[in-house]
Design a protein around this ligand. Sequence first.
Ligand SMILES: Nc1nc2c(ncn2[C@@H]2O[C@H](COP(=O)(O)OP(=O)(O)OP(=O)(O)O)[C@@H](O)[C@H]2O)c(=O)[nH]1
Length: 324
Amino acid sequence: MKIAELPPNEEARIEALHSLHILDTPPEERFDRLTRLARRLFDVPIAVVTLIDVNRQWFKSCVGLGDATETEREVSFCSHAILTDDITVVPDATQDDRFSGNPQVTGEPYIRFYAGCPIKSESGYNLGTLCLVDMKPRPFDADDRALLRDLAAMVEQELTAVKLATIDDLTKLSNRRGFESLAQHALGLCKRVSRPASLLYFDLDMFKQINDRFGHAEGDTALMNFSSLLAGNFRESDVIGRLGGDEFAVFLTNTSMAEAQPVLQHFERAVQQFNQHAMREYDLRYSVGVVEFSPAVHQSVAELMQNADALMYEQKARRKAAAV
Ligand SMILES: Nc1nc2c(ncn2[C@@H]2O[C@H](COP(=O)(O)OP(=O)(O)OP(=O)(O)O)[C@@H](O)[C@H]2O)c(=O)[nH]1
């Protein structure tokens, strides 16, 4: 086994890492969604966002490795991967001098395949990686590399998300800016692997009345409850955002319009159940527009959102007309 040398800019790199105040913070859904998406897209058992600290590699998000939160830096594959800006691919660790004697290769979890893409700070330092691990050797072609790079860019975006104000304070979902940007990345991934994608655009019905009758604080509670219902009932790898006021959107990866319908019905049942159990003097109700991405019609997520917003509005207008 070879222990990785230190990067030439190690001191400044560590300073950039520590300035993020992210080490030892609790797991966050926005990173976990990305590692789960990586695991799903590449069909690997383990996907991790690691950050290389002075003496350890610490996991910001880790799927498939049990409860582990860090390892010693000396045994980490990623301490090698941050030495280059390129993606590091180890098709079979038993055949690689750097890793064949590594305790993670000779013992649990018996790593064979590794691919790690550096995650950069805004100032350009390699802070860690988004990496994929498998217990059996496997190839990794140019398309795989491009896909992993796209996903690593999403992780980088999340790292700077708070600074760029892409999170909605009230609900902790992505705000409009964060949603649009993450969904644009996710759409790029779907296009690359020729999978469908759909967007759901929600607007609460008669939300103003909740504010007017029960107060702004109750209005806030209603928005948070609706956010939790969205977060709890869509797939873990979907992108969810609060676009502003009482408007929300969900970007469904790998989902056609037809496949989105049962998902939406499932959500509707969850909202009905919530309303039955909440015992409030009002119900959460919404109108929704559903659009499947079509390269002939939509140039961007923004256009997809406009399209879905218009459909949502049509549904709302029909309901209002029916209620009169
Ligand atoms: N409590 C609370 N209210 C908000 C927040 N942001 C926006 N609002 C209120 O949300 C309301 C949204 O207005 P509308 O979309 O016209 O409300 P609506 O009653 O759902 O109307 P329809 O969609 O036509 O059914 C406005 O009264 C805003 O003041 C927030 O963060 N908290």
